[in-house]
Design a binder for this molecule. Structure first.
Ligand code: CA
Length: 421
């Protein structure tokens, strides 16, 4: 599988220095964007250090995640050692091509996109304040795009001794185009505007240049770095066959393989240059099946969600039926008279028993056997059998005492029932 690469970086229209850095290694098929932050040009140091360390570590045989962890260590150490660099950090969004797959490792709010079948999919999740709020449903994507705090990142290299690295895996096909960029592009342009540029430029270098130009025309409020990587090769026939056979007709565009926390990670890298998340190994795919922002998310959600809803509904109905079709004997608060309850003694899940009938049958008037039934909260599986039993109790006591009447009262207000529709 061959690659064709275009790259462009620009200071933008309002900043005085470009603190973005990038890695382009065509031979090693490894690429990265790093967006530095920190005053007095410390951001420049952070992003350049990250790229240098990743390059060095990969050359030394490290996996991509290990290389990023090493970069975190080095940026963090530099920040600690130099007071003027305190608090500096950098994003890193990197991709390594491994035969027929692209392996992405990512920290921060730079982005990795996949352009396939003339559609753009954001592969990486931003580690930014506004994106966390969007994921929590507290902001809409439209609100996030113009939010004054949209530049605040929640994860970065060099700000802490440990770093959590997200990894993604993409099965590649000829014609796929990967886009890595700093937020100087993605905060200036909507995804559909980026897609329009990618659609118009067949050449990756022309596309990278056009994206930088477009971000500058849109305001150029930040440094802009763009890598466009085209996949050219011979897997097209294999894919057409698979589609014709109906197998995997619409594969997920990308698969998140996990969050790789080096603190608990084993010292092994089992796929070339990208360690699997700890404890997953070959099972990583099965574990993280959901493709972030996969195409037709609504249809997928309905397809997978509907059977789930039906199963839950049937289970709830069965549980409620069990809870509410049971009747049992008991006494009132003074343990004086017999009460017929509907429900399971002491309740079942959310369904508390309710008073079905407070009789005037006194426990003291019952035979020893009947009194024991009442005290042990004898259960009945139907209302009719419960009422037959209560009527018999009433008759057995009425032969020795005055005629008995029964009073039906509404369910006690203190025993609320919760019943799903
Ligand atoms: Ca930036």
């Amino acid at each position: 599988m061959k690659l064709k690469v275009g790259v462009a970086t620009d200071v933008g229209r309002t900043r005085t220095a470009n603190e973005d850095s990038f890695l382009r290694d065509d031979k090693g098929q490894t690429f990265a964007v790093a967006d530095g932050m920190g005053g007095h040009r410390a951001g420049d140091v952070a992003s350049a250090t990250a790229v240098d360390v990743v390059t060095r570590e990969l050359a030394g045989g490290a996996t991509l995640v290990e290389a990023i962890v090493a970069a975190n260590d080095e940026v963090f150490a530099k920040a600690q050692a130099n007071p003027e660099m305190r608090g500096m950090g950098t994003t890193v969004t990197s991709v390594l091509f491994d035969g027929e797959r692209a392996l992405l490792a990512h920290v921060g709010d730079s982005r990795g996109y996949l352009w396939r079948d003339r559609a753009l999919t954001q592969v990486t999740e931003d580690h930014s304040l506004v994106e966390e709020l969007v994921r929590q449903g507290r902001l809409t994507p439209e609100e996030a795009a113009v939010h004054p705090q949209r530049n605040i990142v929640t994860r970065a290299l060099g700000v802490d001794a440990d770093v959590l690295v997200d990894t993604y895996e993409i099965d590649l096909y000829p014609g796929d185009r990967l886009l890595l960029c700093s937020d100087g592009l993605s905060s200036m342009m909507r995804d559909d505007e980026i897609a329009a540029v990618l659609r118009g430029d067949a050449d990756p270098q022309a596309a990278a240049d056009a994206l930088v130009d477009a971000a500058n025309r849109a305001g150029g409020e930040d440094n802009i770095t763009v890598l466009v990587i085209d996949v050219v090769g011979d897997r097209g026939k294999a894919r057409q066959k698979a589609v014709a056979a109906g197998a995997d007709a619409e594969p997920p565009a990308a698969e998140k393989t996990g969050e790789w926390d080096p603190v608990d990670a084993p010292e092994t890298g089992d796929t070339p240059a990208l360690a699997q998340p700890p404890g997953t190994g070959a099972g990583a795919k099965a574990k993280a099946k959901a493709a972030p922002r996969a195409r037709r998310p609504l249809r997928r959600a309905l397809l997978w969600g509907l059977p789930f809803v039906v199963v839950i509904g049937v289970a709830l109905f069965t549980l409620r039926w069990y809870a509410r079709s049971t009747y049992h004997l008991g006494t009132d608060a003074k343990r004086d008279v017999v009460v017929l309850y509907r429900g399971v003694p002491d309740g079942f899940l959310v369904w508390d028993p309710t008073v079905e009938e407070r009789t005037e049958v006194r426990v003291a008037d019952l035979t020893e056997a009947d009194a024991n039934d009442v005290r042990s909260e004898k259960r009945f599986s139907s209302e009719s059998s419960a009422r037959r039993y209560v009527n018999r109790l009433a008759e057995s006591t009425s032969t020795t005492t005055s005629p008995t009447t029964t009073t039906t009262i509404q369910p006690a207000a203190s025993a609320p029932t919760t019943a799903p529709a």
